[in-house]
Design a protein around this ligand. Structure first.
Ligand code: BTN
Length: 238
C-alpha cells in the first residue's frame, strides 16, 4: 500500500484518475482540502475543511472488469459503518452506499472506473467523511447532513481516522473480491433501514416509487412497484 498526501487538490478522485497510469495498485490519496470535490450523478461534494476526510483508493485488481468491482462502494460503506459503531454511534446505509446517522448524511462514496477503449485500467474509489464540522457549515449542504464530532461530542483526529479506515478497508479487501457481495450481505442488510419501506428511487431523470423488498446477492435493490418486482442496479433513494 502506498500513500500520497496532499494539502489541497481539486478532487482526490480526479487526481487518481489523471495519474492512474503512474500510480500503483492500492495507492491511497489523502487530501486535507478539495477545491472541486465531486459527488455521484455529477453533484458537488462540499469542502468542509481540513478536519474532514477526503480520500481515494486507486485500485487495479485485474486487467479485466469484474462485476464485483461495482460492489466496492457497498463494501466500503460496511467498513465505514463498523468504524462508526466503534465510536458508539449507530449508522444506517441508504442504498446503494450512502452512510447516514439519524437520517442525516455523514459520508459519501463515489467509485469511478477508468477504461481505455474496451480495456479496464482500474478504478478510483473515493470517500468523504464529515468528521469535524459546524452546524452552520453543514447547513449549507442541500440535504440533511451531520458530522462525527457533532454525534459524539468531541473532535476527531483526521489522520487517526484515515489510518483506521485504510487498514480496515484492506483487512478484508482480497476476501471480498474473491467472494463477492455475499461476503458482506448480512452486514449490509443489518444497516439497511430502507427495507420494507415505501421509497422513491431516482435513476437519472426517472423516478420510481415502490416498497424496497430486498437486496439481491449482487447488491441490487428489489423494488416492488405496483405489485411488480423491479431489480435496480443504480439509483438514488430520495
Ligand atoms: C456522494 O455522496 O455523492 C459521493 C461523494 C464522494 C466524495 C468523495 S470526497 C473524496 C473523493 N473525491 C471526490 O471528489 N469525491 C470523493
Amino acid at each position: 500500500m502506498k500513500e500520497i498526501f496532499l494539502e489541497e487538490v481539486d478532487s482526490t478522485n480526479l487526481y487518481g484518475k489523471s495519474n492512474l497510469d503512474s500510480l500503483d495498485d492500492r495507492t491511497v490519496i489523502h487530501a486535507l482540502s478539495q477545491t472541486s470535490g465531486r459527488g455521484r450523478f455529477t453533484r458537488a461534494w462540499k469542502n468542509l475543511g481540513a478536519g474532514n476526510l477526503f480520500l481515494s483508493f486507486v485500485l487495479k485488481p485485474s486487467n479485466d472488469f469484474r462485476s464485483v468491482y461495482s460492489n466496492l462502494t457497498q463494501y466500503l460503506s460496511v467498513v465505514l459503518c463498523n468504524i462508526l459503531e466503534s465510536y458508539g454511534i449507530t449508522p444506517q446505509i441508504k442504498w446503494p452506499n450512502d452512510v447516514l446517522v439519524n437520517n442525516k448524511k455523514i459520508a459519501g462514496i463515489l467509485s469511478e472506473t477508468v477504461m481505455q477503449g474496451q480495456l479496464f485500467r482500474g478504478l478510483v474509489l473515493g470517500i468523504g467523511v464529515n468528521l469535524n464540522a459546524t452546524f452552520d457549515l453543514l447547513g449549507e449542504i442541500d440535504k440533511p447532513a451531520t458530522a462525527l464530532n457533532l454525534e459524539i461530542g468531541r473532535n476527531v483526529d483526521v489522520f487517526e481516522f484515515k489510518n483506521y479506515l485504510v487498514s480496515e478497508f484492506f483487512a478484508e479487501y482480497d476476501k471480498f473480491l474473491e467472494t463477492g457481495f455475499e461476503y458482506i450481505k448480512s452486514k449490509y442488510i443489518s444497516r439497511a433501514d430502507f427495507l420494507d419501506k415505501e421509497i422513491c428511487v431516482q435513476i437519472f431523470d426517472k423516478k420510481s416509487k415502490g416498497i424496497a423488498r430486498s437486496i439481491t446477492d449482487n447488491g441490487e435493490l428489489v423494488l416492488d412497484s405496483k405489485g411488480k418486482n423491479v431489480v435496480l442496479t443504480i439509483g438514488d433513494i430520495l
